[in-house]
Design a protein around this ligand. Structure first.
Ligand SMILES: *[C@@H]1O[C@H](CO)[C@@H](O)[C@H](O)[C@H]1NC(C)=O
Ligand SMILES: *[C@@H]1O[C@H](CO)[C@@H](O)[C@H](O)[C@H]1NC(C)=O
Length: 436
């Protein structure tokens, strides 16, 4: 008996262990086999994972619409023909532009406008560009780029007010004594933000402050906090952003882990009433690690601040096909994640393929592999087919569309009308009543 009891206890332990393993396997399977915190390296991605109709992301990118057509007496009209056309997108998706686009209207500007609704100036707002020598302010190029984005209703990010990396701080600024530096940063921020107040949707205030600390070293530990306060007060309609590399790109950089980023964001918000209104993730990728990227976005999203991918590209150490493949994976992951509020590519066109890491096209504006990916995704992320062409027997026409503006044309029995629909985010079906 004693022996039997031992065996039973041993069996029970094995059973318990087997049960635990089975539960773990079931949970893993239920999670689609992708563990949230799987830090393994890049693996091939199943594109169906990114179907934007999945419930979590569809709430942010798409919405159900019901158009009810009736006559002037309120009687619903079955069989009315309905044509729906998306004419703009809500989701900001764009690219860096540079002075190369100025005065190139028929060619590069048209190409840009056919694709994007958002832009960032690659270098033209940086301190070294606007004040190459002390006191010699020159906003010519920034003004010309701004005229282009304004004329075409493009949303533009302001990049950047200060850059903590001394390598990109003007030499004359680096050589100032602390008192002079204090007055120079004051002049810079006042000049820039009074000139462009209301023109940009974001300001990157202290660029890359997890990696560098030029201003903190010179002006004290609260230098950036002060910059944020000043910027938020000087241009209240623009959101002030932190902007950093190697947060979402890799887990190899100990200076910019997601926990350090979260800690810094919280510190900035808590300490001294700093308004901090957005999280910038540069997204200069080498080989992307998508489960890592998702886990990091999940974590940052808990802060409930806008999150943008601000400078997405893939290293030129890869061939163009590989760059394009990695770019596609990163863009799908970003667009599918409900925490992401906008995506900017770092692909300002420069002649002879001298773009920073990646050109979308050659000089002739014909797509390179990365440009093919962008055009394909732009096509996928727009509502083109809405199914039926007429209202059903209850006079209703319904579809599930990407957020943005639509033109809706309805006709019945020789009568017709046209209206626009602004489809903004929301969990409920958007109802639109049209009377003919
Ligand atoms: C300002 O910049 C523009 C564009 O780079 C240049 O053509 C112009 O000469 C500059 N003006 C001054 C006063 O340096
Ligand atoms: C710097 O900020 C901290 C809080 O963030 C505050 O306690 C401290 O007094 C500030 N120091 C200076 C010199 O302003």
């Amino acid at each position: 008996m004693r022996v039997f009891r031992h065996i039973e206890r041993a069996n029970f332990q094995w059973l318990l262990l087997a049960f635990i393993v089975a539960v773990a396997v079931a949970v893993a399977v239920a999670n689609n086999g992708v563990s949230r915190y799987d830090y393994s390296a890049y693996t091939e991605v199943d594109p169906s994972q990114y179907l934007i109709d999945l419930p979590s992301s569809s709430q942010k990118r798409k919405r159900a619409v019901a158009i009810h057509v009736s006559d002037s007496g309120g009687n619903r009209l079955a069989g009315a023909s309905v044509a729906v056309q998306q004419i703009s997108r809500d989701f900001p998706f764009g690219s860096a532009i540079s002075k190369t686009i100025i005065g190139n209207s028929k060619y590069q500007q048209r190409w840009f406008l056919d694709r994007f609704n958002a832009a960032v100036f690659e270098n033209e707002l940086k301190w070294y560009a606007t004040e190459p020598e002390p006191g010699e302010l020159n906003y010519t190029l920034a003004d010309e780029l701004l005229a282009f984005v304004h004329a075409n209703q493009i949303v533009a990010r302001g990049h950047n007010i200060f850059w903590e990396d001394p390598a990109y701080t003007p030499a004359w600024v680096r050589s100032l004594a602390a008192g002079e530096l204090r007055s120079a940063v004051g002049t810079r921020i006042r000049s820039l933000l009074s000139r462009y107040r209301g023109d940009f949707v974001h300001w990157d205030v202290s660029n890359e402050m997890l990696h560098f600390d030029f201003y903190e070293r010179r002006l004290g530990p609260n230098a950036s906090a002060e910059f944020f306060r000043t910027a938020a007060a000087a241009d209240p309609l623009a959101a002030v952003f932190m902007n950093e590399f190697n947060v979402v790109e890799t887990c190899d950089d100990e200076k910019s882990t997601v926990d350090l980023y979260v800690a810094r964001l919280k510190e900035m918000i808590a300490g001294g009433a700093v308004q901090l209104e957005g999280i910038g993730l540069e997204g200069h990728f080498s080989r992307p690690n998508l489960p890592l990227m998702r886990a990091i976005l999940d974590k940052l999203a808990t802060l409930n601040l806008p999150i943008w991918l601000t400078e997405v590209d893939v290293s030129k150490s890869f061939d163009q096909q590989t760059q394009a493949k990695y770019l596609e994976d990163v863009l799908r992951e970003g667009f599918s994640h409900p925490g992401i509020d906008g995506i900017m590519l770092w692909t300002a066109l420069h002649p002879d393929g001298t773009c920073y890491q990646m050109c979308l096209t050659g000089d002739d504006l014909r797509n390179l592999p990365a440009g093919e990916v962008v055009d394909r995704l732009l096509g996928e992320w727009e509502t083109t087919e809405t199914g039926a062409e007429t209202t059903d027997e209850r006079g209703t026409y319904s579809f599930h569309g990407f957020l943005g503006e639509y033109k809706v044309a309805v006709s019945y029995d020789g009568r017709s009308t046209e209206t626009t629909l602004a489809l903004s985010g929301g969990d409920e079906t958007r109802h639109l009543n049209i009377q003919l």
